[in-house]
Design a protein around this ligand. Structure first.
Ligand code: ADP
Ligand code: ADP
Length: 229
């Protein structure tokens, strides 16, 4: 019983007379609670696959079944509804709103979900405590370090209890020490039962996952479980 079932999906981009097959034929099952690293050279189709996984895009052919729902043929509005409920995003560039405090940034997804102000603040505070930022609640992004900003982004991604966390190079803008801290946080989130899919170019970062999917030329080249010592 998989959380994610991808069956022979493809994604073509047509530019003028040229067609690029960014994904040729990809099949992938991911169970609830898995921690998957997605790797592969630039242009291999990772972003295209992540966009489909995150319900930002749909495949040109094939099926994507998320939590039992076939989202392959949904309209943009339907996709947005699924996305807000099911997906938490973490980005390389944090994507926080600069004028908002850490608490307000974390609470933002709850505004769209129609949660009351009091409950939003309580839940956002809890989420910030969980990522170790209880002393930075009222700080704005430019008053925070890169690692702290990414912690805020992780808290925001988790606030709606999404089915999947999609992290696109979450350590790409962080130094080695801070990257290790953020990956420890991701492992912690994984241990609590969350499903995580993470794109990274770095083997040291991918090692924190328990499964590595490697892409090449729009195909999955390799899909291996990592043995943990
Ligand atoms: P990766 O994330 O592994 O670098 P991408 O999914 O971004 O790979 O790209 C896969 C292929 O699809 C590349 O050849 C890329 O140039 C092409 N591509 C990606 N997005 C688009 C787009 N929006 N329009 C046209 N071509 C695209
Ligand atoms: P990364 O590899 O860091 O994920 P990319 O540079 O591959 O980022 O892609 C950044 C964005 O540009 C993505 O949304 C991707 O879909 C789009 N993109 C990539 N290649 C092309 C392309 N050839 N034409 C148009 N858009 C593209």
């Amino acid at each position: 019983d998989e959380l994610i079932r991808i069956r022979d999906i493809g994604r073509k981009y047509v530019i003028g007379t040229e067609t690029i097959e960014a994904l040729k034929s990809v099949s992938l099952d991911i169970h609830k609670g898995e921690f998957v690293a997605l790797m592969g050279p630039s242009g291999s189709g990772k972003s295209t696959l992540m966009n489909i996984l995150g319900c930002l895009d749909t495949p040109s052919h094939g099926d994507y079944i998320l939590n039992g729902i076939n989202v392959s043929h949904m309209t943009d509005n339907q996709l947005a509804t699924v996305r807000n409920k099911e997906i938490g995003f973490v980005f390389q560039t944090f994507n926080l709103l600069p004028r908002y405090t850490a608490l307000e940034n974390v609470a933002l997804p709850l505004v769209y979900a129609g949660v009351s102000k009091k409950e939003r603040e309580e839940r956002a505070l809890d989420a910030l405590i969980n990522v170790g930022l209880e002393n930075r609640v009222d700080h704005r992004p430019n008053e925070l370090s890169g690692g702290q900003r990414q912690r805020v982004a992780v808290a925001r991604a988790l606030i709606n209890n999404p089915s999947i966390i999609l992290a696109d190079e979450p350590t790409g803008n962080l130094d080695t020490k801070t990257s290790v801290e953020i990956m420890a946080l991701m492992e912690n989130i994984h241990i609590k039962g969350n499903t995580i899919i993470l794109v990274t170019h770095e083997e040291d970062i991918a090692r924190h996952a328990h499964r590595i999917v490697r892409m090449r030329d729009g195909l999955i080249e390799n899909d291996d479980l990592i043995s943990k010592v």
